[in-house]
Design a protein around this ligand. Structure first.
Ligand code: IPM
Ligand code: MG
Length: 370
């Protein structure tokens, strides 16, 4: 069996705590001959800054390039609020995305049956929800130049961010959206702001043409991103795959997360182009939640998004769909038993900490493996 090389980047805040649960799961899988995983740890974010004065070192980047997949925790926290902008913790994450060319960010929002009451929305709106937010991850306003603050000399400053998209960037993310939809419920909703932004006009045009040319069998809908956000909380089950740009995807995926009960539930996969020779693609897997400095170090964080992100690695990097399904089932079963971390706690359920939740999920894996 092939050995899968993983680079683990726990990062800051609750990152190391939730990553510890993934490490336990990896050890368990190795022991049960479910794949052979070799792991190496690296520093990113504030942790890297404290050690090396940069948010990620070139040596760690080289390891990320060499790994079969990167498993990422979370970065940031008030401790690093005043470090130089280029060395801020988030810069490490953005460099990983950009340098590994991980343009396709899959953020599945799935409401586990046991959690339908944990959502801020009514149970009937979210029960059975299964949507995929596909966020463009290496372009748009996150990376566009110029990106500056200029002193105008009259007591005023001017800040500029640049939203920029080329045809090929829209086309390749569109292609991922349509291909995902074909394996799901065959519907893509494209979101932009063509009523205000030129990038929105081009986005809409390229999606429409790509659909006409290659994906006529898939239903394509267009929504303005603001109205799309409204529809996400009004009637989320109308969606299957939502494809959108980097910034709108950032915001819409946080909204979608709350449909599932908590930001602590949302996993993500960031994928690059498939190499036609090897069939391999660069990939990074990370929970959508941040470093949650307020609860860091307390053993209270929800490890489910982190564990589910590792499950996505099995599915998208290692063709281990069966094992990925098993992880999802183990999470669902653990929730069915009434175990909850603080973020998803509701009446009549049992409050547990990070390690208890991780142990319970592994115990369910043990049961499913029998
Ligand atoms: C996310 C995060 C990041 C982003 C931050 C930490 C830079 O919010 O992955 O959604 O804005 O992309
Ligand atoms: Mg975000």
């Amino acid at each position: 069996m092939a050995t899968h090389k993983l680079l683990l980047l726990p990062g800051d805040g609750i990152g190391p705590e939730v990553m510890a649960e993934v490490k336990k799961l990896i050890a368990w899988m190795n022991a049960h001959k479910m794949g052979t995983f070799e792991t190496e740890d690296g520093l990113v974010g504030g942790a890297a800054y404290d050690a090396h004065k940069v948010s990620i070192t070139d040596a760690t980047m080289a390891k990320a390039h060499a790994a079969d997949a990167v498993i990422f925790g979370a970065v940031g926290g008030p401790k690093w609020d005043s470090v130089p902008y280029d060395a801020r913790p988030e810069a490490g994450l953005l460099r990983l995305r950009k340098d590994l060319a991980l343009y396709a960010n899959l953020r599945p929002a799935v409401t586990y049956p046991a959690l339908a009451d944990a959502s801020a929305l009514k149970r009937e709106l979210v029960a059975g929800l299964d949507i995929m937010i596909l966020r463009e991850l290496t372009g748009g306003v996150y990376f566009g130049e110029p990106k500056t603050i200029t002193d105008l000399g009259n007591g005023q400053k001017r800040a500029v961010d640049t939203q920029v998209y080329d045809t090929y960037e829209i086309e390749r993310i569109g292609r991922v959206a349509f291909e995902l939809a074909r394996k799901r419920r065959n519907k893509v909703t494209s979101m932009e702001k063509r009523n205000v932004m030129k990038t929105g006009v081009l986005w809409n045009e390229v999606m429409t043409q790509l659909h006409q040319r290659e994906f006529k069998d898939v239903t394509l809908e267009h929504q303005l991103a603001d109205s799309g956000g409204m529809q996400l909380v009004r009637n989320p089950k109308q969606f299957d795959v939502i494809v959108t740009d980097n910034l709108f995807g950032d915001m819409l995926s946080d909204i979608a997360a709350m449909l599932t009960g908590s930001l602590g539930m949302l996993a993500s996969a960031s994928l690059g182009e498939t190499n036609p020779k090897t069939g391999q693609r660069k990939a990074m897997y990370e929970p959508v939640h941040g470093s949650a400095p307020d609860i860091a170090g307390k053993g209270a964080a929800n490890p489910i998004a982190m564990i589910a992100s590792f499950g996505m690695a099995l599915r998208y990097s290692f063709n281990m769909g069966r094992e990925a399904d098993m992880i999802d089932q183990a999470i669902a079963a653990t929730l069915d038993k009434g175990l909850r971390t603080g973020d998803i706690k509701s009446e009549g359920t049992t409050l547990v900490g990070t390690t208890q939740m991780g142990d319970a999920i592994i115990a369910e894996m043990e049961r499913l493996a029998r």
